[in-house]
Design a binder for this molecule. Structure first.
Ligand code: PMP
Length: 389
């Protein structure tokens, strides 16, 4: 088959084969990024789906491509409570935050344009942007998120920079959060360099401690920020629902691209989430999830501190689902996983190389703490620590 040029960039991840082993039940895998399915509100969701299917045929009908009006209203209210002062008309319902990445890329990227990202960054964003054939300009990232001094340096050397992608809270893969000072500086630089900023916030509600910080969207002075959020981590990812908030023409164009891509999200799922939000207290549900994940985070970080060699550093995420390990330079986490972690410790993680847009660093690993029962976290990390020592 003669494929379009863009398909050259549509390739499986180099470590996909290695990650397949994570599905083997004898392996304890910290490689996933899934919420704990035991926390899905099954009875409540069943009740709302029952109610809709018992008497509301319109919940199976087509609906406006921007989303079911009552769900847009709910999202706008939740965003207003979070400092983003917008109405339902400013909200586009999308198939999870992931669709927002595709639509934003389609909106502004020509082949050879530059996407600026944290280094490392979310692999799913690279997968979404790659078909638009961009170059990447990664920015130094530390415990306070994207380093805006380095961002200024990178932008000065990237004449084709068009899109800046960031996960400001509890970033995937590192778990770090961008400081308020850096958020302000990022907006200044985006204005100066005429960038579209994609603010990706799927973990924002999952804060376990520390201070709640304003979104980039609430600091946006020129309508350059596309704010993406998601029901995946606060309700259930399989419903595939999220939202985009943007200004004027940007939002309208994103909506037209969404219409072209898939007409609309599932009416039934949108109606179910909207009814769930009418009938139940999602904030109480989020508190339950926070308590459960905070406990798992503390368990994981405690074992990392107590049992791992002192030369292995970890981030201290204030929320989200991941911590990020840094081994001494020269240590190769792909080789260690293939030769020791999988066959001997019977433990999997995601080697860090896969999250670097340009030059992979080999001495990192991403660990997920949300998806495993306590005893598996304990056993897996203890086994890994023994082999590392
Ligand atoms: N952005 C980030 C940073 C993520 O980690 C994920 C999912 N793991 C997504 C976006 C996509 O989430 P969804 O499409 O399910 O909302």
């Amino acid at each position: 088959m003669k494929y379009a040029d863009r398909v050259r960039r549509v390739v499986p991840s180099a470590i996909r084969d290695l990650l397949r082993h994570g599905a083997d039940p004898r392996i304890i895998s910290f490689g996933g990024g899934y919420p704990d399915p035991a926390l899905f509100p099954m009875a409540e969701l069943r009740a709302v789906y029952d109610e809709l299917l018992a008497g509301n045929p319109l919940s199976l009908q087509y609906c406006p491509s921007d989303g079911l009006p009552e769900l847009r209203e709910h999202v706008a209210k939740r965003l207003a409570a979070d400092g983003i002062d917008r109405g339902a008309d400013d909200v586009l319902i999308i198939q999870g935050a992931q669709q927002g990445l595709d639509l934003a890329g389609k909106l502004v990227l020509n082949p050879g344009d530059t996407v600026v990202t944290e280094n490392p960054t979310f692999l799913g964003a690279l997968i979404a942007f790659n078909p638009f054939e961009p170059d990447y300009a990664p920015v130094r990232t530390d415990e306070s998120g994207m380093d805006t001094d380095d961002l200024a340096r990178v932008l000065a050397g990237s004449p084709r920079a068009r899109l800046l992608y960031t996960v400001p809270e509890f970033q995937n893969p590192t778990g770090v959060t961008m400081s308020l000072e850096r958020r302000r500086r990022l907006i200044e630089l985006a204005n100066e360099y005429d960038l579209l900023v994609v603010e990706d916030t799927p973990y924002r509600a999952l804060r376990y401690d520390g201070e709640h910080l304003p979104t980039l969207k609430s600091l946006d002075t020129e309508g350059r920020v596309v704010h993406l959020g998601s029901f995946s981590k606060i309700l259930a990812p399989g419903m595939r629902l999220g939202w985009a908030v943007a200004d004027g023409d940007v939002l309208e164009k994103l909506g037209l691209l969404k219409l072209a891509a898939d007409t609309q999200c599932s009416t039934l799922n949108m109606a179910a989430v909207s009814l769930y939000l009418d009938r139940y207290d999602i904030d109480a549900h989020i508190v339950t999830m926070r308590d459960a994940y905070r406990h798992k985070r503390d368990l994981m970080l405690g074992i990392l501190d107590d049992a791992f060699p002192g030369t292995v550093r970890h981030t201290t995420p204030q929320g989200g689902l991941f911590t990020w390990l840094t081994f001494p330079s020269g240590f190769d986490t792909v080789a260690f996983m293939r030769d020791v972690a999988l066959p001997e410790a019977r433990v999997a993680y995601v080697p860090g190389t896969t999250f670097f847009p340009t030059e992979p660093e080999h001495n990192h690993a991403r660990l997920n703490f949300s998806g495993l029962p306590d005893d598996r976290i304990n056993d897996g990390l203890t086994r890994l620590a023994a082999h590392l020592r």
